[in-house]
Design a protein around this ligand. Structure first.
Ligand code: FPP
Ligand code: MG
Length: 338
């Protein structure tokens, strides 16, 4: 296959709900599946499960799965709608658990499950969501989702464990950070695309191309997420911010900020980081210093490179509405403020 090389777009703000209008019916079907899978939740867990379901706001992963299935050829069949809902459920479960680990109060502009019902209940709600997802995958005729998503969740967990193990490690290198976010975030993006392509009847080549697109998109998503944690506005982003600095996570903006210091200033920079870990004022001071330093722009640059790689994966696909929508979603990931 051949085609033109796409450039990373730098254009008008992307309005995701408007962009997804052409696949609104597909997304509605995924939404119905999502609720169907959760329909037998017990009366005791129903309210908490419904609350957590509000966390899937932009429906990016379902859109990616549907677009991959349409590119693969078969379109959004019953099984494609199911697998899109399953991936979204797994994503929701990880967010419920992540908010416990990060001590976060707000997600998607509403209270986190841990704040509303406590950590104990939140662990169990995450597990309920996760078990529903796995049950639904097990009932698909084709076992691909059960196997592939089991591997994916393993990768997500390894990424999280890796992240925990390097907490407060100021020597963390960019390559190791990238490996962490490959696991904790990019793997599920990749899975959203590969699952859609598989259940949409795609060839191995299409699965591989779209999977690599998903990987790079997910990498960019997490890099921008980590930049927003430093510079974003909580009311706009709709979730607790600043948790990376206060929890001692060495994310790309901080790695680049530290790396920008000449040898003579490194000790002072390290002291400022340690101060940020010790109190709220220190974290705010460091965030301000990072915002003034150029490290955030250089973080955006890393995200832009990932998006360029993502677009490169699409370059060999024939032009279509679906390919344009994937390109537009990639553009959104780069410019998003929420
Ligand atoms: C967001 O990170 C978190 C993730 C991408 C993955 C979290 C995964 C787990 C906690 C494992 C749980 C697994 C299962 C199967 C239930 P972040 O804190 O950087 O992003 P945020 O700003 O959205 O909180
Ligand atoms: Mg978090």
């Amino acid at each position: 296959m051949s085609g033109s090389t796409s450039q990373a777009p730098r254009s008008l703000p992307v309005d995701i709900p408007a962009v997804l209008v052409p696949i609104a019916d597909d997304l509605d079907r995924v939404g119905e599946k999502f609720l169907e899978i959760l329909a037998d939740a017990s009366a005791e867990s129903r309210e908490m499960v419904r609350h957590a379901a509000r966390f899937n706001g932009k429906r990016l992963r379902p859109a990616l799965t549907c677009l991959a299935a349409r590119i693969a050829g078969a379109g959004v069949t019953e099984d494609v709608a199911s697998v899109a809902a399953i991936v979204e459920l797994i994503h929701t479960a990880t967010l419920v658990h992540d908010d416990i680990l990060d001590g976060a109060d707000v997600r998607r502009k509403v209270a986190t499950v841990n704040v509303e019902w406590g950590n104990h209940a939140a662990v169990l709600v995450g597990d309920v969501l996760f078990s529903k997802a796995y049950r639904a995958a097990a009932y698909l005729d084709d076992p691909f989702a059960s196997r592939f998503l089991a591997d994916t969740v393993g990768t997500v967990l390894e990424g999280e464990i890796h992240q925990d193990n390097v907490t407060r490690d100021t020597g963390l290198r960019e390559a190791e950070y990238l490996e962490i976010i490959r696991g904790k975030t990019a793997a599920l993006y990749e899975a959203a695309l590969v699952s859609g392509a598989h259940y949409g009847g795609g060839t191995e080549e299409i699965k591989s191309l779209l999977g690599r697109f998903g990987h790079h998109l997910g990498m960019a998503f997490q890099i921008i997420d980590d930049r927003l944690d430093v510079s974003g506005d909580e009311a706009t982003v709709g979730k607790s911010l600043g948790t990376d600095l206060s929890e001692g996570k060495m994310t790309l903006p901080l790695i680049r900020w530290l790396g920008d210091h000449p040898k003579a200033e490194r000790e002072a920079a390290l002291a400022q980081i340690r101060h940020a870990w010790s109190c709220e004022e220190g974290a705010q001071e460091l965030a301000r210093a990072m915002c003034q330093s150029g490290a955030l722009e250089r973080t955006d640059e890393a995200a832009r490179e990932q998006i360029e790689s993502a677009l490169g994966c699409l370059a060999d696909l024939p032009e279509s509405l679906e390919r344009t929508l994937l390109e537009t979603i990639a553009q959104f990931v780069l410019q998003r403020a929420n």
